[in-house]
Every structure is written in structure tokens, then in C-alpha cells.
Ligand binder design. Structure first.
Ligand code: BG6
Length: 303
């Protein structure tokens, strides 16, 4: 097991990338450069915060009830859902959204980009526990580049002799002023599976606005989308590649109450998830010896 001291020796970039141990024993990377601040927990390679210097309010939302506990997912940030998204197809006891978000990852590389952004690459640490859940010869790396824009690259490599299929998502929680004053553009005309109260197929007509629990998997879309926020007066642009699904989720009052970790008072109103994914019919077959890469890039601009 790495220690913060060892990580700082190998990967630290004095003042720009520093590692520490949280009170619960989890390792955390703190990024600070001319362009942005960001925080990432090594368990789950879970980005917890990102705030470009141009923004008075963070762009990535973290619940004020978020807990950093070994083996538990952190509420908010950008959970990595892999190698399955949502419930497991056949094993109801297996964890929702896969196991990548709740197991340790290890640092592979760090550096500074020419413009000053900070880069780090992590690799999921396989174990008997992960192989029991998913027995395939796979390697999963995440590269995060935090600057005025945030770029994340999730690379699945199949180093075995047999193909395998995955579903996945970068399940990012974005900070907004209020869910009632936010809308999402870029998905008009797309088909989506509506997961509220069952699973029905519908087609998006125009901009998405929120007036209740919303849990939708938009399929067969590679489109860039944007969150327009009248209260914080900004637009968050969400560009992606290697992703054919986009998930839009807000729990609303009752589900938020049941979940119990979305922060008080009404923390859920200040976030919306827009997840760049490959889900349902957009599952990805990764051939033996091949790689698949999902990339997202976020930036905030005045509205
Ligand atoms: C979303 C799903 O992606 O994640 C929702 O569409 C789910 O159905 C949400 O409630 C949060 O999931 P979890 O496992 O982090 O509580």
C-alpha cells in the first residue's frame, strides 16, 4: 500500500500536486495551478472537486454530506462506473455501477501540461475481489487533466485472448444554482430510456427542464451538450468522444430523502448529473488485444 509520503516523492509536483491521507485513511491528491484547483481520491480514481480560476463557484459538485470511507462510493464528484453501468445484468447482489468506484487505484504518472494544467494517470488495482466480480483480462486507466478545462480519459484495455463487453460512465455531478433554473441543451431529437417508474422509450423534443425526478439514458448520441444555468449565469459545456449514451439524472425530493447523503438543506437542488456513458444498447465490445477510450472535456463560460 502506497503512503502519502511515497506518492509525494514519486509523483508530487511541489504545490501543484500534493498527496495526503484523509482522516479515514484514504489517499487524496490535491491539485492547484494557475488555472484551477481540483481534488481526487485514489479510491475509485474519484475526482471530487474542480474549480477553474475563472469561476467563483465550483463546477463539479460534492455533497456536503459526502463521506470518504474505504469500500464506499463518494456522493458527488465524478464516479467512474465500470465495467457495468447501473444494476448488474444478472447478479442482483453485485454493486450498482460496477466496482471501479469503490476499489483502490494506484498512481502511474503525473506531470504538467505546456499550458500549466496538471495531469495524473491512475490504474485500477485488480484483486481477487475484483476478479470474483468480473473475471476478464482488462486494464483500466484514468487520466485527469485539470486546468481551465477538465479533461478525463478512461481507457479500457483487453490484454486477454477473448473479447469482452462493458458498459460504463463518467458519472459527473455538476454544481448549478438551482435545479428549477437549469436546462440542458444538445439532446433534442435523441431517444431515451426513461427509468422513472419503469423503463419506457421516448424521444426528447427541445431543451430539458426539470420539474420532478428525472433519470434518463439517452442512447445513440455522441453530441456535445450544455447545462445552462440562469442563477449562476454560466453554461457548462460537456464534450465527449468514445461515448454513445448520455445519462441525465436528478433525484428530486423523495428520492433525495431516501438516499440521505445529498447534503442539507436540499443539497440535491444544487446539482445535476450529466453522465457521458456507454449504457444499455450502447454496450462496448472490446476485442482481444484492443482498447476502448471514453473522453470527456468540460468547460464553463458566461451565459
Ligand atoms: C444514476 C442512475 O446514473 O445514478 C440513477 O441513473 C441512480 O438511477 C444514480 O440513482 C445514483 O446511483 P448511486 O449508486 O451512486 O446511488
Amino acid at each position: 500500500m502506497d503512503t502519502a509520503q511515497e506518492l509525494n516523492r514519486q509523483f508530487g509536483i511541489g504545490g501543484r500536486l500534493d498527496f495526503s491521507e484523509d482522516a479515514g485513511g484514504l489517499l487524496v491528491a490535491q491539485i492547484g495551478n494557475e488555472q484551477a484547483t481540483a481534488t481526487l481520491c485514489l479510491q475509485g480514481a474519484h475526482l471530487m472537486a474542480w474549480q477553474p480560476k475563472s469561476q467563483a463557484v465550483p463546477v463539479v459538485w460534492l455533497s456536503n454530506d459526502a463521506k470518504l470511507l474505504p469500500g464506499k462510493s463518494i456522493r458527488g464528484g465524478a464516479p467512474v462506473c465500470w465495467p457495468w453501468f447501473g444494476a448488474h445484468a444478472s447478479e442482483s447482489a453485485f454493486p450498482a455501477h460496477g466496482y471501479a468506484r469503490t476499489v483502490p487505484w494506484r498512481m502511474l504518472e503525473s506531470g504538467s501540461e505546456p499550458g500549466g494544467a496538471t495531469r495524473l494517470t491512475l490504474r485500477l488495482a485488480e484483486s481477487d475481489q475484483t476478479r470474483a466480480l468480473w473475471p476478464h483480462d482488462a486494464r483500466l486507466d484514468l487520466t485527469v487533466i485539470a486546468g481551465e478545462t477538465l479533461r478525463m480519459e478512461l481507457v479500457t484495455e483487453n490484454f486477454g485472448a477473448a473479447d469482452f463487453a462493458i458498459t460504463e460512465a463518467l458519472h459527473t455531478y455538476f454544481r448549478i444554482g438551482d435545479i428549477g433554473a437549469a436546462r440542458i441543451t444538445g439532446l433534442s431529437g435523441c431517444d431515451y430510456w426513461d427509468k422513472v417508474g419503469g423503463s419506457t422509450l421516448a424521444r426528447q423534443d427541445g431543451t430539458i427542464r426539470f420539474a420532478g425526478e428525472t433519470d434518463r439514458v439517452y442512447v445513440n448520441t455522441t453530441a456535445e451538450c450544455a447545462i445552462e444555468d440562469d442563477l449562476l449565469k454560466r453554461r457548462i459545456r460537456i464534450a465527449k468522444s468514445g461515448s454513445r449514451s448520455t445519462v441525465v439524472w436528478t433525484p428530486w425530493t423523495e428520492k433525495a430523502k431516501r438516499m440521505g447523503d445529498l447534503g442539507q438543506p436540499d443539497g440535491w437542488r444544487e446539482m445535476v448529473c450529466v453522465e457521458s456513458a456507454n449504457a444499455l444498447e450502447n454496450a462496448v465490445n472490446v476485442a482481444a488485444g484492443a482498447r476502448h477510450t471514453l473522453v470527456v472535456e468540460y468547460r464553463a463560460e458566461p451565459l
